[in-house]
Design a protein around this ligand. Structure first.
Ligand code: DAH
Length: 342
């Protein structure tokens, strides 16, 4: 029998010419050198060759096999190197400074306002403190001079946990812990999430944000309170604001006030935003009650201080003209993107 060594050689060279990828070379290897490969089959057919031609044919097949092996190895290596070069070129051509193709997130309006207010108070020497969201009745009420059964508790309908703890209804709940931690003199602001059992509507939410501030030192007076509030609000609204105090009742301050700012929309003439009054109620505040100082381990004979409870949620609504408070907790990115600040 005559073997088709030459034809197989020709076929192989033709196919080799077309091979480019690592997969192509792998396929060639299987097709010619694999268990059922054409070269392998040649060896099997050798037994049918006449005895005198066997040796020469065997040598020819061996030569072919070596050639096929080395050409495939060479081609595969070249293809591997080309692929490597391509990847390097691709990486080098990649512009890492190119803006991302996906949509970038943005800060929540309350976060923006919170950071602004924090920065203003930090520049006035206040530290920024953190406090828990779950606390107890003592910190939320008793330590703030709101004893059990006092009617002032009715102002804050509270979520109680099964173990008797409460979700803090106001950031004032942190006052006692912070006074005890640092003692006097003390300047601190503490933002936080607050919870009340409210029926929600455009102006009421069961979850909202406040920022409490306290300043305690010798000779702190209402003038200091007015100065700090006016400075901070002017910074936040990027314009000089006019403030006024009205009496307000809060058991933890004496005297207590409601601080108003002159309406930024109408400048005091009266408009729908300020309900024609010319003023916007912004921030309850007052001089810290002597009992609250005492509970906090601070001597009221020696120190006085002021406290304020700024509604961060309300402030954000005013700043961005948000009409419905529920938008803020909705997680509705489409609605929030109107106020995008990066
Ligand atoms: N904690 C009060 C509330 O949420 C607000 C408040 C009033 C805070 C007077 C104060 C303050 O620090 O002096 O209703």
């Amino acid at each position: 029998m005559e073997l088709d060594i030459e034809k197989i050689r020709q076929d192989f060279l033709r196919e080799l010419d077309k091979a480019a990828s690592a997969a192509d070379f792998e396929q060639l290897k299987v097709a010619y050198l694999g268990k059922k490969g054409r070269v392998t089959e040649l060896f099997k057919d050798l037994k049918n060759v006449e005895a005198q031609a066997k040796k020469a044919a065997g040598q020819q097949i061996n030569t072919l096999k070596e050639k096929v092996e080395s050409l495939i190895a060479e081609g595969a290596e070249k293809s591997r190197q080309a692929e490597e070069r391509r990847l390097v070129e691709e990486a080098e051509a990649y512009d890492f400074t190119r803006p991302a193709a996906y949509e970038q997130g943005s800060l929540h309006p309350i976060t923006v306002v919170q950071r602004e207010v924090e920065a203003v108070f930090a520049s006035m020497g206040f530290t920024i403190e953190d406090y828990v969201e779950i606390t107890d009745e003592y910190h939320c009420f008793e330590a703030l001079n709101i004893p059990k059964h006092h009617p002032a508790r009715d102002m804050q309908d509270t979520y109680f946990l099964d173990n008797g703890q409460v979700l803090k209804t106001h950031t004032s709940a942190a006052q006692n812990a912070i006074m005890r931690k640092y003692g006097a003199p003390l300047r601190a602001v503490f933002p936080g999430r607050c919870f009340r059992n409210e029926a929600t509507d455009a102006c009421h939410e069961n979850t909202f944000f406040q920022m409490e501030g306290i300043m305690i030192d010798t000779d702190i007076s209402i003038s200091n309170l007015i100065y700090f509030m006016k400075t901070m609000l002017s910074e936040v609204f990027h314009q000089e604001v006019e403030v006024r105090l009205r009496p307000g009742f809060f058991p933890f301050v004496e005297p207590g006030f409601e601080l108003d700012i002159k309406c930024l929309i109408c400048g005091g003439d009266g408009c729908p935003t300020c309900k024609q009054s010319g003023w916007l109620e912004l921030c309850p505040c007052g001089m810290i009650h002597t009992k609250v100082l005492e509970y906090g381990g601070i001597d009221p004979e020696k120190y006085t201080g002021f406290a304020f409870g700024l509604g961060l949620t309300r402030l954000a609504m005013m700043k961005y003209g948000i009409k419905d408070i529920r938008v803020l907790n909705s997680g509705n990115l489409k609605a929030m993107s109107q106020f995008t600040v990066r």
